[in-house]
Design a protein around this ligand. Structure first.
Ligand SMILES: [Zn+2]
Ligand SMILES: [Zn+2]
Length: 140
């Protein structure tokens, strides 16, 4: 796993540090997006400023993206392989109303509907609310 992570950092031209490896490992091993506070809890020795800077660096290099669900604070998730610095593959997000986690639906394409004339879109996102597969299992 370590070498894979180092490989990924190298590919995205991010300098390898111990904290960056650990933060990336945590994000890769979590199936849903994470807030800074959650990352802080998982890596108690890393201070918040370091975590924040690392996430910003990863975001700039298209390694992760901010997930815009209705929750505050913002959560972050790993980008899909198709993402590059100037191109992010748009995918919907699924917010589970039971556990509160938000998942990236990378394989589900979604396109911006045709806009009225003279409207240009800068950003758009789709959040689907419901119950995730994990919570469904516990409900039965
Ligand atoms: Zn859930
Ligand atoms: Zn996502």
């Amino acid at each position: 796993m370590k070498t894979e992570i180092e490989e990924l950092l190298r590919k995205k031209e991010i300098k390898i540090t111990a904290n960056r490896i650990l933060i990336l490992e945590l994000l890769l091993n979590t199936p849903h997006s994470l807030s800074i506070a959650t990352i802080e809890k998982a890596l108690p020795w890393a201070d918040r400023a370091t975590i924040f800077r690392t996430l910003k660096t990863f975001e700039k290099k298209a390694l992760l993206h901010a997930v815009k669900d209705d929750d505050k604070p913002i959560k972050y998730a790993i980008c899909s392989d198709a993402c590059e610095v100037n191109y992010h593959k748009i995918h919907p997000h699924f917010h589970c109303d039971t556990c509160g986690n938000t998942f990236c639906l990378y394989d589900y394409d979604f396109r911006l509907p045709k806009l009225p004339d003279n409207y240009t879109a800068d950003k758009y996102s789709l959040v689907i609310n419901g119950i995730c597969s994990n919570c469904q299992k516990h409900n039965i």
